[in-house]
Design a binder for this molecule. Structure first.
Ligand SMILES: Cc1cc2nc3c(=O)[nH]c(=O)nc-3n(C[C@H](O)[C@H](O)[C@H](O)COP(=O)(O)OP(=O)(O)OC[C@H]3O[C@@H](n4cnc5c(N)ncnc54)[C@H](O)[C@@H]3O)c2cc1C
Length: 450
């Protein structure tokens, strides 16, 4: 088969890859978006994760542009209630959405922009010539076929393309290379959330973070809650819960009384080892069924709950990360660095689910504080026409735990697509694209840069 040629190929159609493809195409380039599943959205639609959190730092909305446009389009169709207070008390706002609606909206947005989307396609090999990535061999429907481009954006979450092209990367924490746990999220319907709301009023001490901001739940049209430590402790003691988890964590979706349960913990598996990943899927489902039974039996408001789905794929929080021209650090985040080549901002805290225990290491920024992410975290000198976008950009393990959230990944993807399109239009290597040129365009596109 002859190689089809594009200006830009984006690998991975999660929130980062979708935003990258749409922004690049809106900027006049021809774009191919390659996705292993049969729909876009990545973790948000394939792993049952949500709500999106958070677009805010205090009162200020620090994630805007294309990612917010997606939300506003969903809001206009009744498929999201938009940005509402986070009634767990963990962060500022959450953005519940209808995951089927998101799949459809991303189809519409990619179609309107003129992106060519290849579903059910994986990448079998890459061809590098003279220090540049020139083509990919794809695999779909039992057929191997080549596609080529001038620029490639790796938005696979796991930096698959980066690894295949032998660009340096890191994985896991520095002490032992272990990643945050994977989690199999699941959705329940027919939960009686009025019961939980009553408890939030009458026994707020059951919800440790909310107890510092009592009454927050009254402003939230959809409920998020984190608590019931004693019930979980008892479950672990009796053996009804056989894995490490210290707290109940649930998020109501766009549909009333439908909740996402974000609680299972699959530790000690490697998300980029095919055999280990498969073991994690089985263990994830085992934990889901154990937890489902436990919640129905012991959690107030859950006795009639019914499971409607597990994510088609297990949720991967962290895996490979590009070793790029710059690695964003925890210090950068706490110093609220404003980089000269900033492409996005973020106010979500460090949120490290323990790679070997029940706890979550959360490190909060002062109220309203946010940091920026520099373009150099997406770039590398080994293969300069290959960028990272989304949760696989260049960062310290701990710093990654903040920028990995979906609004942030969307903003990074948006910037990646625009940067590459501008580099092509201006005939410059993206590493030397003047920040002023990129900033002007991103601001015109509604982005917030700090
Ligand atoms: C359990 C869990 C709960 C979370 N909860 C929240 C939450 O409540 N709120 C929030 O905002 N964020 C949450 N996150 C984080 C967030 O969902 C993700 O980090 C973020 O969406 C990542 O976006 P991405 O586009 O970088 O990657 P992904 O969403 O991982 O998308 C990558 C895409 O690339 C595709 N792909 C992978 N490899 C290939 C390949 N070789 N070829 C072609 N396609 C490929 C995948 O199918 C996928 O569609 C959670 C994550 C997990 C794991």
């Amino acid at each position: 088969m002859n190689s089809k040629t594009f200006d830009i190929i984006v690998a991975g159609g999660g929130i980062a890859g979708s935003m990258a493809a749409i922004s690049a195409a809106r900027n006049g380039t021809s774009v191919l978006l390659i996705e292993e599943e049969g729909y876009l959205g990545g973790s948000l639609t394939a792993s049952g994760t949500g709500p999106m959190m958070t677009f805010h730092a205090g009162e200020k909305q620090v994630i805007r542009g294309l990612t917010d446009e997606l939300v506003q389009r969903l809001v206009a169709k009744g498929l999201s209630v938009g940005h509402i207070p986070d009634s767990t008390g963990y962060t500022y706002t959450v953005t519940p959405f209808d995951s089927e609606g998101m799949k459809r909206e991303l189809d519409l947005m990619t179609q309107e922009a003129g992106v060519t989307v290849l579903f059910h396609t994986s990448i079998a090999s890459v061809t590098v010539e003279n220090g540049l990535l020139v083509s990919l061999t794809c695999l779909s429907c039992g057929t191997l076929f080549p596609v080529s481009a001038k620029y490639f954006i790796d938005a696979t979450g796991d930096a698959d393309l980066i690894a295949m092209a032998k660009v340096p990367f890191e994985q896991g924490r520095t002490t032992d290379g272990r990643d945050q746990p994977m989690t199999a999220n699941f959705k329940l319907v027919d939960v009686d959330l009025a019961v939980i709301r009553d408890l939030m009023d009458s026994k707020v001490e059951l919800f440790p973070l909310l107890s510092k901001k009592p009454g927050l739940q009254k402003q939230a049209s959809r409920l998020s809650f984190s608590g019931f430590e004693e019930i979980m402790k008892e479950g672990c003691k009796t053996g009804e819960i056989s894995f490490d988890r210290d707290i109940v964590l649930c998020f109501e979706t766009n549909a009333s009384n439908e909740v996402i349960v974000n609680m299972t913990r699959i530790n000690g598996k490697n998300p980029v080892d095919p055999f280990s990943l498969s073991e994690a899927e089985v263990e994830g489902r085992r934990q889901v069924w154990e937890l489902y039974a436990f919640m129905k039996k012991h959690l107030p408001g859950f006795s009639q709950a019914r499971m409607i789905s597990t994510g088609p794929r297990i949720g991967i929080r962290s895996s490979r990360r590009l070793k790029g021209m710059y690695q964003i650090t925890v210090e950068d985040m706490f110093l609220q660095r404003r980089f000269e080549d900033a492409i996005s901002a973020n106010g979500y805290p460090l949120d490290i689910h323990s790679p070997d225990g029940a706890a979550t290491d959360s490190r909060f920024f002062p109220n309203g504080a946010y940091y920026t992410i520099p373009l150099r975290c997406l770039l590398n000198d080994t293969i300069p026409n290959l960028l990272a976008a989304g949760r696989n950009i260049s960062s310290e393990f701990e710093a990654h735990s903040s920028l990995r959230l979906s609004p942030s990944c969307g903003a990074i993807g948006h910037a990646a697509g625009t940067a590459v399109a501008l580099a092509l239009q201006n005939g410059v290597d993206v590493r030397y694209l003047p920040s002023a040129v990129l900033h002007k365009r991103l601001l015109e596109e509604g982005a917030f840069l700090g």
